[in-house]
Design a protein around this ligand. Sequence first.
Ligand SMILES: [Zn+2]
Length: 344
Amino acid sequence: MNGDRIASLVISKYNSLPNNGKPLIRSNGVKEWTILAGIVVHNTSTDALECVALGTGVKACSEAIISDCKGQILHDCHAEILAIRAFNLYIIENGQENIGDIYLYISAPPCGDASMSLLNGGEDWSKGDDEEKQLIRGRAHYNRLGVIRTKPGRVDSQLTMSKSCSDKLCLRQTRGLLLSPVKYLNSVNVPDAPDLFLTALVCPVVLPDFHRAFTRWNPIHPFKYLQTNIVFPGGNDADIIKYANMKSNNEANTNVELTPTTLDAKKTAPSPLSIVWTPDHREVIANGIKQGSKKTPSIVSRCKIAELVCSATNVHPKLYSGFKAKSCSWPAGWIRTSADDFEL
Ligand SMILES: [Zn+2]
C-alpha cells in the first residue's frame, strides 16, 4: 500500500466537509492549525479503499473536568483518538465483517514516546540509564525513552491524566481498536468475531522512535509505518517544513505556499475545536462536548457509545466498566485501574 493513497483519501474527505470546526484565521490575524487523522479500510479482494472515520484536534481536558462527568465529556480530543472513537461508531452501525486492512493516517507523528526525537531534530535519543519507569507529564524529562507519558500541555495548564497518543496506540495494538462496549456488541452479533488491529500508520514522517515506542509492550500485532508526502493544508506550517527537512533525501514536495508571515510562531495558534466524522455523522466538538450546546455529549463519548450498545443488545450493565469485564479476553480478566467509571 502506498501512504499517499491513504493520506489523499483522508485529506480530500476533510476538504469536502463544511468549514465549521476547521482552523480559521482569527480577526487579529492569528492563523489556527490542527492535526487531522482518518481511518481508511482496504477491501483486499476488490482493492476498494474507503475513508470511514475522521477526527481533528489537539486538545485534552484536565483531570478536574472529567471527574463526575458520567462519560459525557470527551477528555481526549487528539485527532487520532477521535478517529478511533469514530471508527468504533462506524462498526456499531455497520458491523465489522469485510473490514479488510485498516490504515490510520495522522498529519503529525503521535504525541508521547513515538515522537520524542522531534525535540531533537529527528535524531533518536541514545538509550538513557535504566531509571524506574513511571508516568511522566507531557514532555518532561524529554530524553527518557520508553516511559508512559500524559498528553503534552503547557506547564501552567491544569494536569491531564490522559495518556499520550503513543501509549494509547500501543494499547490498541494489544487490545484491538474496539472499545469494550463495541467489542461486547460484536461478540453478541458475531460469536468468535476477531479483534480488529491496525495494518499500518501513515504519517508525513516515519521517526526513528516509532519502532521502539510501538513495540514496548506486547507486540503481537505490530503495525507498519508508511510515509506520505501529501501535505495536510490545515496543519502547522512550521511542522510541515520540519517534516520536509527531516525526510532523508529532501525530495519531499511541499505543495503548500509558505511565506515568512505564516512561519511566525506568534501568529499561529492551535484550533480549540475538533471535528468528528463518519459517513453518517458529523459533529464539531468544543471543550469535550458538542459545540453550541451547554451539555450535549458527543455521539462518540463513552456514555453515548454505551447507550447505543445497550439498546442494540438489550443488555444493561450497572456500570460502564461492566462492558470491560464482559469483553475482556485476557486470562487474568479485567482489572479496574482508574476511578473514572460511571453508572449507565
Ligand atoms: Zn496526541
